[in-house]
Design a protein around this ligand. Sequence first.
Ligand code: ATP
Length: 593
Amino acid sequence: MAATVRFGLLVAMFQAMLRDRTAAKKRARLRALLDRAYGPGGRDDYFSALRLVLPGLDRERGSYGLKEAALASVLVDALGIAKDSPDAVRLTNWRRGGGFRNAGNFALVAAEVLQRRQGMTSGGLTIKEVNDALDLLAATENRSEKASILSSLIKKTNALEMKWLLMIILKDLKLGISEKSVFHEFHPDAEDLFNVTCDLRLVCEKLNDQSQRHKRQDIEVGKAVRPQLAMRVSNASSAWKKLHGKQVVAECKFDGDRIQIHKNGEEIHFFSRSFLDHSEYAPGMSKVIMENILVDRCILDGEMLVWDTMLNRFAEFGSNQEIECPDVAFDILYAGDTSVIHQSLTERHEILRKVVRPLKGHLEILVPTGGLNIHHPPDEPCWSILAQSLDDVEKFFKDTVDNRDEGIILKNLESKWEPGDRSGKWLKLKPDYIHAGADLDVIIIGGYYGSGRRGGEVAQFLVGLAVPSDDNSYPKRFLSFCRVGTGLSDEELDALVTKLKPHFRKNEYPKKPPRFYEVTNHSKERPDVWIESPDKSVIISITSDIRTIKSEVFAAPYSLRFPRIQRLRYDKPWHECLDVQDFVNIPPSYNLD
Ligand code: ATP
C-alpha cells in the first residue's frame, strides 16, 4: 500500500502547514499523514516521504546541480517555450519586479507560469514515482535530459504539485517548521540518531515505531557525524565567566572549511560540515593520511585550509597563490576500535598526539603547547594555549586580531565532544566590527534585486572605490569593491532606491558596464542594474568585520568580509569617495570589548 501513496497527499499537507500558525499544528499534520497514509503496514516506507519533507538532509540522491538560474533555463526547455517569450523572461528574471507578483520567490513565479499551462487536475503521481524521477534528475548532468525529465513530470502533475516539486529540488520548502520539530514528531530519538549518522534512511528505518525507544548510538567510522559547534560570546570577560573554574584551552579560529576525516583501513572519507563526502580531496590527501595516521581506524575533526607553497605558511582566505589544502586536526573522535567522544578534551588531545604524526603544510595538529609565557619562535605563531586567566585570553585574542585571524575559540578541557551541540562547551570570540564611520565612504555603482519580501526591488548594492586621478581632478574610474545589503531600515532603503531609480541602467545584453566602472568577469559580481554615471550616485559609509580579503570577484585588490551599511552620506559629493590607495593604507583596527 505504501508504494501507492499519492504525492498529492504530501502537497495537501504542505499547503495546510503554510496556513497553520503554530509548530504544534504543523507537527500534528505530519503525524496524521504518516499514520493515515502509511499506517503500521507502510512503516518501512517512511523514508520515501520524509526525504521530501527534509530534502536538505537527504544525501542519498546527491546534488541536482540546479539552483534557480539553471532550473529556470531547464524549465524553459521542458515547457518548450521560446527563450525570449514573456514566460521564459519571467522565469529567468524571477527576482525582477516591474509590477509582477511573487518576484523573488522562484517556485511561486514558476507556479504562475505553469498554471497557465497545467491547470488544476493532478495526474495522480505517487511519492514513489516522484522519488524515481528525482533520482533520474540527479543522476544525469546533461541539461536536455534534465529538461525531458521535468517535462514528463509536468505532464503528470498540476501547477501546485509542480511548485512543491521545484521547492524540493531547491531544497528549501519554507514550511515554517524546523528540522528539529520534524524529527521530534517522527520519533523521540530521531534527532540523536541523525546527529551521529547523518543518514536519513537509517533514521527512518530504525525508528519506524514511535513506541520503541532506541538505545543511544555511538558514532561509527564511515558515517558522517554532525559537528559540534561554537557559541558566540561578545567579549573575553563574558567568555571567561561562562567557563569559570574550568580548565580552558584557547585556540586560533582558522579560516577554512570544517572537515571530518574518516579513515577505515584503506578507505578514506572527507565529510564537509553539511556531511557531503568530498572525494576530490582524496588524490592529494589520501597518501598523507595513510602514512601519518598511525592507527587503522580513526575520525579526525578539523579545518581544511589553504597553504601557500611559496611562503610556506597558511595563505590568506581568498588568495589565489599556489596552494594545497592541508588539514589542521583540532580534535579526534574515534581511534583504533573505539569512539573517544566521551573522553575529556585533555584526553583527546593526548590521543591526537599519539595517533597523528604532524607533517608541516599537509597535516597539522592543534594541541596546546603550554601557556602564553612559553617562548615561541617569531615565525611560528602560537595557535593554541592553556589559558590560566582572563588576561591570557585577552592577550591571545589581541595577538590573533593583530595577525588578522578570524578570532579565537575557547574550549572547556573537561568537556566531551557532543554531536550537533552548540550549547557553549566551545565559545567563539570574534573581533568586533571596526567602526569605520567616515573611513569607508564608498560609492554605489550597481544594484541587485532582492528576494522574498524585497523581491522585484533593488535590495543590495555593488559599491566601488575611486582610482585616484593623476591630475588631481575628480576621479574618473571606480573599481568594484564589494556587495552590501544589510544595515538600512526599510524606509531608508526605500528612499535610497527611489532616489537612484531614475539612473538605473539594466545590465542587459551586451553586459557592459558604463565606462566609468572597472569590474571583473566574475558572475557573482554582476549587478542587475548599473548606476548610469558616478555623479548621479550616492556615497554610503560601510563597516565590516576587521578582515579584508584578497579579492578575485571584484576589481579592487581587496574586498571586505561581512560588510554592512552604517549610514547614508547624501551630504557627501560623489567625488569624495574613498580611493583605493587610502583604503590599502588604513591600519588594522579593532574593538576588543
Ligand atoms: P562562523 O561563521 O563564525 O565561522 P560557523 O557558523 O561557521 O561560524 P561556528 O560554530 O560558529 O561555525 O564556529 C565553529 C567553526 O569554526 C567550525 O565549524 C570550524 O569550521 C571553524 N574552526 C576554525 N578553527 C577552529 C578550532 N580551532 N576549533 C573548532 N572550530 C574551528
